[in-house]
Write a protein that binds this ligand. Structure first.
Ligand code: CTP
Length: 423
């Protein structure tokens, strides 16, 4: 007897790909019966699926005719496998929560047949902790997954994991599962085809981030410092790690904990920060959020400087520290694909930022007003302007964590566009 798939079509733009899935399945002698969620019918008409499946298309639990003729139990009973495609974030959430308030979810709750799910959604929705939780729950329930894969999304400018697997790949996985079920073999969770989150937007990218102030010694007990807390830089490192990047955070002296999933190198001085950055190259992306001291004390005392009887005030001779950002941006052998500097200004913020971007040779400058009244230094919120060679954007005030997330999403989009990879 030929195999039978019950295809549950969710409400996503990828629903049109299911038409091809049906055609390919039927070419192989597999019968397909379609159940559409209400949202799915907004993307593709039931008529199209009816023509291709040569069967009724079932779409509503409360359609009395269908309930009389064929109920959700029978829909499940008369199939060897259930395929859910495209499985939207909403459909996954309903499945994980055991909802049964429409025909699609009622079938999924009532079935004892293997279920293969092909997720499709915006990358941010796929990477959202709620979706991760739902996928983990469904995985533990024995639901099989195929995809999603990475790439351009239907929405312009969106890229990352979330594209539905190709119809032929879904079909191959479906045939394998039906073969196993027919052999009486239990479908194992090891069969999962792709569904982990290694496909994150910055997976495979190495990011270096500098953060915090530097301390420049005057003598063994005294130093020159600044008011940087490291909050913005640390948040950027954490955001990069969340998007799957390998992150090296080079941190000056701060009171913050090391962010999760980052390699953290602790340094004191600008010279140490420079050495740590150079030792980390090559990287794909370099983000210089540290408030590096511009000067160090040339004649720093080896011993504690003592007050003299004559009350002579010691004179400190300052020399300029090497500019880490400028050095990396002009690196001949190992210039990262994307170099981002910060500009902490107290007046003419955008004007200074544009000049600074050119002078330092970096691709983007994140400029912020650090005048005392803004409470940016040490505070939890930030208002930034993102300056590139062609564009300038002023973002609304946000938490430093939100600035970091938004900035790293922009970085991921940019990297996807230029398609550059580390050596
Ligand atoms: N920077 C750096 N190394 C330095 C000084 C600055 O890497 N020795 C980086 C900072 O991390 C920041 C950017 O350069 O990304 C801008 O630093 P900023 O102190 O604002 O600029 P300056 O070059 O010091 O200019 P000015 O102080 O005159 O505004």
């Amino acid at each position: 007897m030929s195999k039978r798939i019950l295809l549950i079509i969710g409400g996503g733009i990828a629903a049109y790909k299911c038409l091809d899935f049906v055609r390919r399945a039927r070419e192989r002698g597999i019968a397909v019966r379609a159940v559409m969620t209400r949202a799915a019918t907004e993307f593709v008409t039931p008529l199209s699926f009816g023509a291709l499946t040569n069967d009724n298309v079932y779409s509503d639990l409360f359609d009395l005719n269908d309930e009389r003729e064929i109920g959700h139990i029978r829909l499940s009973r008369e199939a060897d496998l259930i395929v859910v495609a495209p499985a939207t974030a909403d459909l996954l959430a309903k499945m994980a929560g055991g909802h049964a308030n429409d025909l699609a979810t009622a079938v999924l709750m009532a079935t004892d047949k293997p279920v293969l799910v092909a997720p499709a959604m915006n990358p941010r929705m796929w990477l959202h902790p709620a979706t991760k939780r739902n996928v983990a729950t469904l995985d533990a329930d024995g639901i099989q997954f195929i995809g999603p894969s990475s790439g351009e999304m239907a929405e312009r400018g969106e890229a990352g994991p979330g594209r539905m697997a190709e119809p032929l790949d879904i079909l191959a996985a479906a045939e394998r599962l039906m073969g196993e079920a027919a052999d009486g073999r239990q479908t194992t969770r090891g069969l999962r085809v792709v569904p982990d989150f290694a496909d994150a937007p910055l997976a495979g990218r190495h990011v270096v981030v500098t953060s915090g102030p530097t301390h420049e010694p005057i003598d063994p007990v005294r130093y020159i410092a600044n008011r940087s807390s490291g909050k913005q830089g640390h948040a950027i490192a954490a955001a990069a790690a969340k998007l799957g990047a390998r992150v090296t955070l080079i941190s000056g002296p701060v009171t913050l904990p090391d962010p999760a999933d980052c390699r953290v190198v602790h340094v004191e001085t600008a010279a140490e920060m420079m050495a740590a950055v150079e030792a980390t190259l090559p990287v794909d992306i370099a983000i210089f959020a540290a408030a590096v001291a511009d000067w160090r004390v040339a004649n720093a005392g080896r011993e504690k400087i003592k007050k003299t009887a004559a009350s002579r005030v010691p004179e400190l001779a300052l020399v300029e520290n090497a500019d880490i950002l400028r050095t990396v941006a002009h690196h001949r052998r190992a210039r990262p694909s994307l170099v981002i500097g910060f500009a902490a200004e107290t007046e003419h913020v955008i004007e200074h930022a544009k000049k600074k971007r050119k002078a330092k040779g970096c691709d983007w400058i994140v400029a912020n007003d650090v005048s005392p009244a803004t409470e940016v230094m040490g505070g939890d919120r930030n208002t930034i302007h993102l300056v590139s060679s062609k564009t300038m954007e002023s973002w609304p005030e946000m938490s430093k964590a939100d600035v970091a997330d938004a900035l790293m999403r922009r970085v991921a989009e940019h990297m996807a566009q230029i398609g550059a990879a580390a050596e």
